[in-house]
Design a protein around this ligand. Structure first.
Ligand SMILES: Nc1ncnc2c1ncn2[C@@H]1O[C@H](COP(=O)(O)OP(=O)(O)OP(=O)(O)O)[C@@H](O)[C@H]1O
Ligand SMILES: [Mg+2]
Length: 501
């Protein structure tokens, strides 16, 4: 059985501002197969799939659909050929409802009017596919990032596609939701849909993939079966092996100085009576399911949201509620879960984004110290290996993982000593993850304190000294690094387990 490819990128090349980011790469998508694209942050994965999605046009090479040379000048043209795309950066309209977003551009009408009943019905059907249980009339802006990701997936699934492109669809999802997506993918595969799949979670590759195309710096490196071992995949991807995935210093016990104290913090409908402390040198992980209130607690501590009662104290001084600037002055840095919505000013330069927390405070003689800022920004970009052409380019044009590193870099420049990290390595490649963990280690080694929310259990287990587990807005328990296992965490996190009244 040698099926013909549904779509082929044939020896394509792509440049931005005279810098070539894709060099002569060929990728095929076959019916009923999942083609994985693998590469480091900035390798060119999203750029490749955007050429199939009608977002970018190749500068050289060809696009073949069903073996025929084709141009895809717009996303509409791609859709017309049955190509649906789940983009890495969500393309949702915050002020529209879930139903309107899912059906955007394909609104059903009746007698020339929007058929609201039909609109809701079709949207509900799409959401049922992935098991997303929210009211379709909810504004998308009111949803958390994981739920927004599921809406984006539902939107692509509601198009009867022959080719489905998934650019890091699982980055914002927990295991449970990922499984629901994989079940849908298995079904589509059965029905002959061809898929292009991108993920930095290497364990997902063997689970859903058939073939892997590895690219490095925009060059084709290899095509291997999806059953290839993770070690080999890493080797192909980064050109070296990675020995220690979680370089946590296990031997050093944290000092006794309390850096952060959260006491009886409550916010109606979000979280209730949260108390914990973090000492100098400590990493405290917060685990839980999507919707458990982890992000809300961290945002309250960071001053991003107000809360009803309780206190947040940093080195003995109580922080005012809902005051981000006061938190920054107290040395608190916040890496939010939604980098696009809350973390970055997308049209501003990399330099400005890195300087966001410091430029006003480093002012000399009342004037912002632009030269010093740029020097610091360049140094941090180097340390974090942020891949870019120039530090003045808009941060929007950086790859997703490199944008994430920039959010982190801002707090390195600000020399924050209390770091609140919400899914800090989302979309970050395996090599850069280790670099971020090493940075965390250097911060704690210098007496800093870190709170890390993460849905990746291996990361929580690998990097935390203590683990708090949240369930339904409350602390369900605490585990020491020694006692913590995936099972122990999940038992505390899962709603249906505790039935005490
Ligand atoms: N519109 C653009 N303007 C300028 N440079 C761009 C643009 N889009 C992408 N690039 C550059 O192309 C390169 C590849 O980016 P791409 O987004 O394809 O990477 P990626 O493999 O998807 O990475 P990640 O894993 O971080 O998502 C990067 O160096 C990026 O900065
Ligand atoms: Mg990408």
């Amino acid at each position: 059985m040698t099926a013909h490819p549904l779509v082929t990128l044939q020896n394509v090349t792509k440049s931005f501002d005279h810098v070539t980011v894709i060099h002569d790469v060929t990728v095929n998508v076959y019916p009923g197969q999942v083609q994985v694209l693998l590469g480091e942050n900035g390798a060119g994965k999203s750029t490749l799939i955007k050429m199939v999605a009608g977002v970018y046009q190749p500068d050289g090479g060809q696009i073949l659909v069903d073996g025929t040379e084709t141009t895809l000048p717009t996303t509409r043209d791609a859709e017309r050929h049955g190509i649906a795309t789940i983009h890495q950066e969500l393309n949702l309209v915050a002020s529209l409802s879930v139903a309107e977003n899912v059906m955007l551009g394909r609104t059903p009408t009746r007698f020339g009017m929007v058929d609201r009943t039909e609109l809701r019905r079709q949207a509900r059907a799409a959401m049922a596919l992935i098991g997303l249980d929210v009211d379709v009339d909810t504004m998308v802006g009111d949803l958390g990032i994981a739920q927004q990701q599921l809406v984006e997936i539902a939107k692509a699934l509601s198009i009867d596609a022959r080719v489905l492109i998934l650019d890091e669809p699982t980055a914002a999802l927990t295991r449970h939701e990922t499984q629901a997506l994989f079940a849908v993918m298995a079904d589509l595969r059965q029905r002959g849909v061809g898929m292009l799949f991108i993920s930095h979670h290497l364990d997902e590759i063997a689970e859903v993939g058939d073939t892997v195309t590895v690219i490095r710096d925009g060059h084709f490196i290899a095509e291997v079966p999806a059953s290839t071992s993770e070690d080999e995949l890493v080797q192909l991807m980064v050109g070296r092996s990675i020995d220690d995935q979680f370089p946590r210093r296990a031997d050093e016990s944290p000092a006794l100085t309390e850096v952060l104290a959260v006491s009886h913090l409550s916010s109606a409908g979000r979280f209730d009576d949260i108390s914990f402390t973090v000492r100098a040198g400590e990493v405290v992980g917060i685990a839980g399911l999507v919707g458990a209130g982890r992000t809300e607690v961290v945002r309250a501590i960071a001053g991003a949201d107000r809360y009803d009662s309780g206190t947040v104290t940093v080195r003995g001084a109580q922080l005012p509620r809902g005051d981000v600037q006061a938190a920054i002055r107290a040395g608190v840095g916040h890496v939010p879960e939604d980098r696009k919505g809350q973390g970055l000013v997308l049209d501003a330069s990399v330099n400005d984004n890195l300087g966001y927390a410091t430029l006003s405070s480093s002012a000399r003689f009342g004037l912002a110290d632009f030269t010093g800022q740029r020097r610091r920004a360049e140094a941090v970009s180097e340390t974090l290996r942020i891949r870019m052409n120039t530090i003045e380019q808009p941060i929007r044009s950086l790859s997703g993982g490199n944008q994430q590193k920039a959010v982190f870099g801002r707090w390195i420049i600000a020399a924050s000593t209390v770091l609140l990290l919400d899914e800090p390595t989302r979309g970050v490649d395996v090599g850069a993850k280790v670099e971020i963990y090493e940075l965390m280690n250097s911060i704690t080694a210098a007496g800093g304190a870190i709170v890390m929310v993460s849905s990746e259990l291996p990361e929580i287990l690998g990097m935390s000294d203590r683990i708090l587990v949240m369930r339904d807005g409350r602390l369900a328990g605490e585990l020491s690094a020694a006692d913590a296992t995936q099972d122990a965490v999940m038992t505390l996190a899962a709603r249906d387990v505790a039935t005490q009244t």
